[in-house]
Structure formats: structure tokens, C-alpha cells
Design a protein around this ligand. Structure first.
Ligand SMILES: NC(=O)C1=CN([C@@H]2O[C@H](COP(=O)(O)OP(=O)(O)OC[C@H]3O[C@@H](n4cnc5c(N)ncnc54)[C@H](OP(=O)(O)O)[C@@H]3O)[C@@H](O)[C@H]2O)C=CC1
Ligand SMILES: O=C(O)C1=N[C@H](C(=O)O)C[C@H](O)C1
Length: 278
């Protein structure tokens, strides 16, 4: 992605604010920051009616950080170089508006954005530097590269289906990662995912159209995040699977994105940029 390089990059320790501080990813990020040598928690945000407002951000770890969880965006971002945001699309958009005003960079892990919301985020990247990816894990991003190669090599004679499974609390479907996998495969095949995606099947569907990419979603229990892409041919099938067993992998990827951002002033980046996979 194109970007400008800052004339005065921040220096470690990088000061990081966390949005959705009491959420599953928020807590994982706060734990990772506490263990980090070069990143430090500088602010913690949550929604106004969250029971966590006014409490210490590391209380859940039995520790006092001196950072109080607030719903005041300007107060929460005041001392931050970078915001890490794993919340909901409408929350992320509101946070990014203030980041752009204050010159705070952001790592965006939230999924479920509409195309219009993505356009809004791209426009905000002209005012500050952003890393956005539906999956921050190294493994998933390497898997995306494998899928690109597999799709090109299996472009005819193989039906492509993407199956994902997540915990019972997940609110968006298919997962952002599954959609990204679909985009990568569609691009590799010269197809438009908007035209060829099939989201679930029911009733008399007719025979499978070979140009489609199918999606299937499973929700249950505490599954952290499983993704399988099936290339089903005649007489054989290939399955490429990634399974997350801990959210720590998303948190560590997010801290790599924070370090990457220190040299950027504006621009829109993804985990391929962060990991040098482009
Ligand atoms: N890119 C990646 O690698 C990953 C992405 N994700 C994505 O991150 C997001 C969060 O996931 P997860 O941590 O499991 O979710 P949680 O529901 O556990 O946490 C979300 C947090 O955001 C808060 N929140 C809810 N609505 C808003 C809002 N409108 N504005 C600001 N904050 C809000 C919640 O507050 P409250 O609890 O009070 O409602 C909570 O603190 C999802 O979109 C998920 O798909 C998840 C894992 C990895
Ligand atoms: O909500 C989750 O938990 C996850 N969401 C991301 C997605 O939608 O792809 C990433 C990961 O799979 C976990």
C-alpha cells in the first residue's frame, strides 16, 4: 500500500490504547501488553454502559496498572501512539474519527464492516496510519498465501467451499477471515466474490455451479476459530485448514502491527505489509 513515512516516528516503548478493553480480545491484548518489552498500555476504552467503566484495566489480572477504563474517547486516546480496536464496526468508526483528529494510529481487528464502512476507513487512512486485517495471526496470513497458490493451480475441475467454525458469542457470519479467504481465491481465479459467493444452501438447490465459491458457518461452545478451504475434484480433494487454539496469536500479531506502524505517518496497510508477505 502507498503511504507516507513519518518525520518523527514514536520510539519504544510504544504507547497503546485498547478499545473494547473488557472484551475477549481486549483482555487478551491487555495481558500481552503487560508482558511486552516494548509496548505499554496507555489507555483503555469501553462503551458507556459497560460495568468495566471506572475500573483498573488490569484488575482482571489481579494487578493495578493505573489505567482506568473510560468511555471518554479523547481521554482514553490522549497519551496513545496507537489504538488497537477489536470491538464492533460502529464503535471502530467512531474511534477512528477521533484517532484521525488526534493523529493516533490504529490497528483494526474488528470484522463485519459493510462496503460503505470500509470506504470510510480508507478515507480516514489519508489522515493517519492504519493496519486493518480480519485475522492478525501469522498462520492465517501464511494460509492466505497458500490458498492463492492452490487456487491458481486448481483453477478448473475443483469445487471450492470455505467452512468456518467459531464460538457461540460471535455476532458476524461468515467470519471476516472466511470472507478474506474467498476474496483471495476469487482474485486468484479472476472472479468477483460478490458475483460468485454462495452463503449456505437449503431445499432444492439444483446442481452445484462450478464457478461458485460456497461458504458454510458453524457456531458453538468456545471454538476460538477454525477455517477450512476445500478444493473438491473428481477422485480427490484437498483441504487447507487453519485452527486457532488461543487468542494470544491475534494479540501478538496486533503488537507486530503496532511496531510496524511506528515508521508510518498515513496510509492503509494489512498484515501482509506487516509480515512482509506482499
Ligand atoms: N482480526 C483478528 O485477528 C480478530 C478479530 N476479531 C474480531 O474482533 C471483534 C471483537 O471480538 P471479541 O473480542 O471476541 O468480542 P467481545 O464482544 O468479547 O468484545 C467486544 C468489546 O467491544 C465492546 N463494544 C461493543 N459494542 C461496541 C461499540 N459500539 N463501540 C465500542 N465498543 C463496543 C464490548 O463491550 P460490551 O461487552 O460492554 O458490549 C466489548 O468490550 C469482532 O469483530 C471479532 O470478529 C476477534 C478475534 C481476532
Ligand atoms: O470473532 C472471533 O472470535 C474471530 N473473528 C475473526 C474473524 O471474523 O475472522 C478472526 C478469528 O477467526 C476470530
Amino acid at each position: 500500500m502507498t503511504a507516507t513515512t513519518s518525520s518523527a516516528p514514536c520510539v519504544a516503548p510504544y504507547r497503546v490504547a485498547v478499545a473494547g478493553a473488557s472484551g475477549r480480545m481486549g483482555r487478551m491484548l491487555i495481558e500481552a501488553l503487560r508482558a511486552s518489552d516494548d509496548c505499554v498500555l496507555s489507555g483503555a476504552l469501553d462503551i458507556p454502559d459497560s460495568p468495566a467503566i471506572g475500573t483498573d484495566a488490569t484488575a482482571f489480572l489481579g494487578h493495578t496498572s493505573g489505567v482506568t477504563i473510560t468511555s471518554d474517547l479523547r481521554a482514553g486516546l490522549a497519551n496513545a501512539d496507537v489504538l488497537i480496536d477489536f470491538t464492533r464496526p460502529e464503535g471502530t468508526l467512531a474511534h477512528l474519527q477521533v484517532c484521525a483528529e488526534l493523529g493516533v494510529k490504529a490497528v483494526i481487528g474488528t470484522t463485519g464492516f459493510t462496503p460503505a464502512q470500509k470506504t470510510e476507513i480508507t478515507a480516514l487512512a489519508q489522515r493517519t496510519a492504519l493496519v486493518m486485517a480480519p485475522n492478525m495471526s501469522v498462520g492465517v496470513n501464511v494460509t492466505l498465501k497458500l490458498l492463492e497458490m492452490a487456487a491458481k493451480a486448481l483453477s478448473t475441475g475443483y469445487d471450492i467451499e470455505i467452512i468456518e467454525a467459531h464460538h457461540r458469542h460471535k455476532v458476524d457470519a461468515p467470519s471476516g477471515t472466511a470472507l478474506k479467504m474467498g476474496e483471495v481465491i476469487a482474485d486468484a481465479l479472476g472472479r468477483d466474490l460478490k458475483e460468485c459467493a454462495v452463503y449456505g444452501r437449503e431445499g432444492v438447490t439444483g446442481e452445484r455451479d462450478p464457478s461458485t465459491i460456497g461458504f458454510a458457518t458453524v457456531r458453538g461452545g468456545d471454538i476460538v476459530g477454525d477455517h477450512t478451504v476445500l478444493f473438491a475434484g473428481t477422485g480427490e480433494r484437498i483441504e487447507i485448514t487453519h485452527k486457532s487454539s488461543s487468542r494470544a496469536t491475534y494479540a501478538q500479531g496486533s503488537l507486530r502491527a503496532v511496531r510496524f506502524l511506528h515508521a508510518q505517518k498515513t496510509g492503509m496497510f494489512d498484515m501482509f505489509d506487516v509480515l512482509g508477505l506482499n
